[in-house]
Write a protein that binds this ligand. Structure first.
Ligand SMILES: COc1nc2nc(N)nc(N)c2nc1C
Length: 308
């Protein structure tokens, strides 16, 4: 039974990764469902063989009494923001002046969800939390375990912390509000509120129903993985099993930055998730160390907000 259980788990973990992380399903739903059914049956027959990383642990089912507090050793900052190309150019000029050289940025879509932090020990997901006030957040590990794009185990036994955005895809948001309307319940104003509400559910089985997804956008302590730039870090995080956003690219000057902004301002409503702008991050991590952060925001990154 152990051998069969491990085989089923390996298959289901890989199929989940292909479907929810890479958006490239490789098996038909009925194949997945049949294997899942067999694994559930075997685990019910041999409960001692259930492991925290088993795919069956993703459905939630406990009602939590509340959320513990979590202290972020490395503060979880928000982003400074600008609302025009002129202000963006001023930010770029200031940064170039303080580092004394041209700055290449990793340009990324600014996902409009809820910021989360994920901690892994030897490749196993052990803790997930919200930003809170930047220093103290809420432990929402049990709810995040139900988010299928969050790997319960990494492809390598590495201990690290990553940060990203947990969001509700537009389709899931529309369907959820339709269900709530039919049930005479209040609807959510936007996907961001829906994601926040879904992660603050004390009933984890309800969270599991909300079809939340993630984009991981930041590796705390990049020296851990010997990566020198933000763009390399995102590639490495994808290899480790995280879901990252494919639309990011390195930009080397304001012309390329303006082109990226124009491209995604035009594409904004064709995406399957909400964005409220773009984020520019100095690509070289040495610049992050050199200029550091203010109390609230990094000095090596800026958010350009689209007009509403
Ligand atoms: C480094 O801090 C951040 N980076 C980000 N990157 C992207 N792409 N989207 C965000 N919403 C975001 N938010 C924060 C606080």
């Amino acid at each position: 039974a152990t051998h069969r259980i491990n085989q089923l788990r390996t298959d289901l973990i890989e199929w989940t990764r292909q479907y929810y992380v890479l958006d490239q399903p490789t098996v038909e739903d009925h194949v997945y469902d049949e294997s899942y059914r067999q694994l559930t049956e075997l685990e019910q027959t041999f409960p001692s063989l259930v492991t925290p990383g088993s795919p069956t642990q993703r459905v939630g089912g406990q009602v939590l009494p509340g959320f513990e507090k979590v202290t972020h050793e490395i503060p979880m900052l928000s982003l400074g923001d600008v609302f025009s190309i002129e202000e963006l150019s001023e930010f770029d000029q200031r940064l170039q002046k303080s580092v004394g050289s041209e700055v290449s940025y990793n340009a990324e879509l600014k996902i409009d969800g809820l910021a989360i932090s994920l901690t892994y020990e030897n490749g196993v997901f052990i803790k997930g939390s919200t930003r809170g006030d930047g220093t103290i957040g809420e432990d929402i590990t049990e709810n995040l375990k139900t988010v299928k794009s969050i790997p319960l185990t990494l492809t390598e036994p590495i201990s690290l912390e990553v940060r990203g955005e947990c969001y509700m895809p537009t389709k899931a948001f529309v369907a959820l509000n339709k269900r709530r309307e039919e049930a005479g319940e209040a609807t959510f104003a936007n996907p961001r509120n829906a994601a926040a509400g879904s992660l603050r559910q004390l009933n984890t089985a309800e969270t599991a129903q909300r079809q939340l997804s993630t984009f991981i956008y930041y590796l705390v302590n990049p020296e851990l993985l010997n990566v020198r730039t933000q763009s390399e870090a995102l590639k490495r995080l994808t290899e480790l099993g995280f879901r990252t956003n494919n639309e990011s690219r390195v930009t080397n000057n304001m012309t390329e930055i303006s082109a990226y902004i124009a491209e995604y301002q035009a594409k904004r409503h064709d995406l399957s998730y909400d964005i409220d702008g773009i984020v520019l991050k100095a690509n070289l991590f040495t610049i992050h160390d050199e200029v550091g952060n203010t109390v609230k925001v990094p000095k090596w990154a800026i958010a350009y907000k689209f007009p509403p």
